[in-house]
Ligand binder design. Sequence first.
Ligand SMILES: [Zn+2]
Length: 431
Amino acid sequence: MTGLLIKNALILPMNKETTWFQGDIYVEGNSIKEVGKELSPDTPNITILDGQDTVVLPGFVNCHTHAAMTLLRSYGDDMPLMVWLSQRIWPREAHLTEEDIYWGTMLSILEMIKSGTTCFADMYFYMDQVAQAVEETGIRASLSRGMIGLGDKAELALRESEEFVQKWHGKAQGRITCLLGPHAPYTCPPDYLKEVMALADKLGVGLHIHLAETRTEVEDIQKQYGMTPVKLMDSLGLFTGRHVLAAHCVHLTPEERAILIKHQVGIAHNPESNMKLASGVAPIPELVKEGARVGLGTDGAASNNNLDLLEEMRTCALLHKVTTQDPTVLPAYQVLEMATRNGAQVLGLEKVGLIAPGQKADLIMVDLHKPHLTPLHDPVANLVYAAQSSDVKNVIIDGKLVMKDRHMVTMDEERVIYEARKRGQDLVTRQ
Ligand SMILES: [Zn+2]
């Protein structure tokens, strides 16, 4: 059994009872064994990390992204959603190969680990390559193959999704969980969604879907089916009896918020993507107050344009304060909960997102010896409002040190950047 001991760090357990304290964390295998003061476990194979001048917290959980879209970062910006999709994104996505997906995902994992993310929820295609990248790099992920229920590829998407779940659910030492990924109400008609739900139940997995992202979506679905996207999903029984991860949920009535809360739907809030595409402002302060499960996501790098959850936390807090003209909404600790513990719950991962014995050891150590983090009146406020991704010093996922002193242990950083740069450039000129 391997052991890892973090000595004398400032610990943010995210358990609501204690905000922070100075102490040690002992990790055995892939789990946290003990949290306390001056621990001295009797383990022969032990790695000791000096926690002096660092804060340790659960790794960030990115609840919604399309990892390989890093290859299309800053390829189309400042455009309306449908123009951006139809003129820039879709024509290029049509040229993506399996190898591109692998290297684009490797690039995203590199960026995520270097900014403190230890788990992500992905929806894309060629998901075998995504799962392979997750397995190799040691990160944790909830993976879903995006399914479009229109056209001649609809049945293929069902078959491939089933194969993908059977091959990867629970794999990579349990770090991979699979969800089915019906893309959205406007790309998956009701009859198709019924097939997806039946398959999810047969396989015993949940669903990951885009929901109520734009005003246009709500109006189109209303016109076509006589009810809003959330009500349409509810009428189909989509939220009943299974875990659902719903990305965006920007345009909701109070009644629709109650539906999502009643069924404990996990909501992935993507403030930067919603802002950049001018989709609107999700009613997060109301949802949180009413007891919804809300986590944070970046969405794909083509609409963000990075995968940095420290930045997403800051944006989230500031966006809702200015929109409500109330500086007391979404205080720093609540936003940090969204990026850690609540994000894990949104993905249905009960043993992730908390520093306590028995929890999975997904931990990050942030260097506090920085001008912009000095003094340290409030470590939580410093993290949410002042920290930068380059302050993340060490990253541990499933008990393994994957980044030490900002050097990647499980990845060849130079190779990933070389391959991603080459493929990104080639992709935009392919005929
Ligand atoms: Zn998305």
